[in-house]
Ligand binder design. Structure first.
Ligand SMILES: [Zn+2]
Length: 417
């Protein structure tokens, strides 16, 4: 199974380092805004430049000369701006109101060449060379940082440094991925454009999101922080003074920005997951009535589900991946083995799924993610077959699962699922 985690860590920053980070961010924003200017066209989306390599070739040397930024940071700023332009172009194509993206928040993307992680600190590239920043880790142990970033089972992927102007603190959002995952079996190449490969996504309370490839986005950090902030909100409300009221408003704004950023990161990872597995479609369940279906979900869960769906819908088309929804009925109580499909409430016990008919045992959210993908695959296959004009009666619609693919109709595991 392939698991990705995002941990948020506060940094202990000296005055001198703070100055270096702010100046780095300023130059990074300069690069991003210069790039956005270069790529943008007011006349038509067709004239906007969205080819990362071409944009980099045109701007990289200039930006290196104009700034003191390290090579990776210049490239990251260019990449961020081109991604933003692509997103805007997609919305423009759909006839939505758009404008040139501008970058004002002090947020920088680091990868393994611009950041190094140690047990208690990170070393980050700045305009003054590397700075070493100790982590401020919460007392409750093991923290998500210790569990996912330091664990040998996880490899560091990338991180985003964010400056929070309200608290005047720097935070690192660190993204990791479990390394002992299944080796992706090669899928026989099939021809014909109507073929589709599908990634199913289940949203839930146990795990924020689970993909049919077996990747889990646990969201423990998200839960943890929402609970902490809830507690603090409660304390402030009790105080009832004007100062407490103002602090409450500030806290609310900060919290919303933080939650958005978190879900953004997960949405990007979901799209990357689909792209890395050559999926053409990401399938979610229809979120209408999600409150009734998930009685244990709190408001911040429901908010996260809707946001995640929305962000993925924006981001996926940039990679030529479409996003669909299917009816949610029985996706959690149906057996996802395609030669079984037995549906019963007793099949599911909290996080565990055990089919009462065939004995298939698997994580319940993973079972649901497979069902969501399969439901879409079956529907599409059926539509293609029954359409007399499509001429694509033998098109394949496959679901990408952990270590292989599943066809909507016959069970063809390539490696075990
Ligand atoms: Zn079964």
């Amino acid at each position: 199974m392939d698991v990705r985690r995002t941990a948020v860590v506060k940094l202990d920053v000296s005055d001198e380092q703070r100055d270096a980070l702010h100046r780095t961010a300023e130059q990074y924003l300069y690069c991003a805004n210069r790039t956005a200017n270069y790529c943008w066209s007011n006349t038509s989306y067709a004239e906007c430049k969205t080819n990362k390599r071409q944009v980099r070739d045109a701007l990289y040397s200039e930006l290196r000369e104009e700034t003191d930024l390290q090579a990776q940071l210049v490239q990251a700023a260019i990449r961020r701006a081109v991604e933003a332009i692509k997103g805007v172009v997609e919305r423009w194509k759909k006839g939505q109101r758009v404008s040139r993206p501008t970058f004002t928040a002090e947020t920088m993307d680091y990868d393994t060449r611009s950041a190094t992680f140690y047990r208690t600190k990170a070393s980050l590239a700045t305009v003054d060379g590397r700075v070493e920043l100790p982590f401020v880790l919460p007392a409750d142990s093991p923290t998500p940082y210790e569990r996912y970033v330091l664990s040998e089972d996880y490899e560091f992927r990338e991180s985003t440094l964010r400056y929070d102007a309200v608290t005047d603190e720097f935070y690192l959002h660190i993204s990791t991925r479990r390394t002992n995952g299944g080796n992706d079996a090669e899928v026989p190449a099939d021809t014909g454009p109507p073929d589709q490969t599908v990634l199913g996504i289940d949203l839930g309370v146990n795990s924020l999101a689970v993909a049919s490839t077996g990747t889990f986005w646990q969201g423990d950090d998200y839960d943890h922080w929402c609970r902490e902030l809830e507690k603090r909100r409660g304390e402030m409300q009790q105080r009832g003074t004007q100062a407490a009221h103002d602090a409450l408003l500030r806290l609310g704004k900060r919290e919303e920005a933080w939650r958005k950023q978190y879900i953004h990161t997960v949405a990007n990872e979901v799209v990357t997951e689909a792209a890395e597995h050559d999926c053409d479609v990401i399938v979610f369940e229809d979120l209408t009535g999600i409150r009734e279906r998930l009685p244990h979900a709190q408001w911040h869960h429901v908010w996260a589900f809707r946001r995640l769906y929305k962000y993925v819908s924006y981001k996926a088309p940039e990679q030529d991946i479409s996003v669909e929804q299917v009816e949610p009925n029985h996706t959690s109580t149906r057996c996802s083995r395609t030669d079984c499909g037995f549906t019963h409430d007793d099949n599911r016990h909290r996080e565990q799924f055990e089919c009462q008919k065939c004995g298939y045992e698997v994580n319940a959210d993973y079972n649901a993610a497979k069902n969501i993908g399969l439901r879409y695959a079956r529907k599409r296959q059926h539509r293609l077959r029954s359409s007399p004009t499509s001429g694509s009666g033998d098109a394949e619609v496959d679901l990408r699962i952990n270590g292989g693919t599943l066809n909507g109709e016959s069970h063809q595991p390539i490696a075990g699922d």
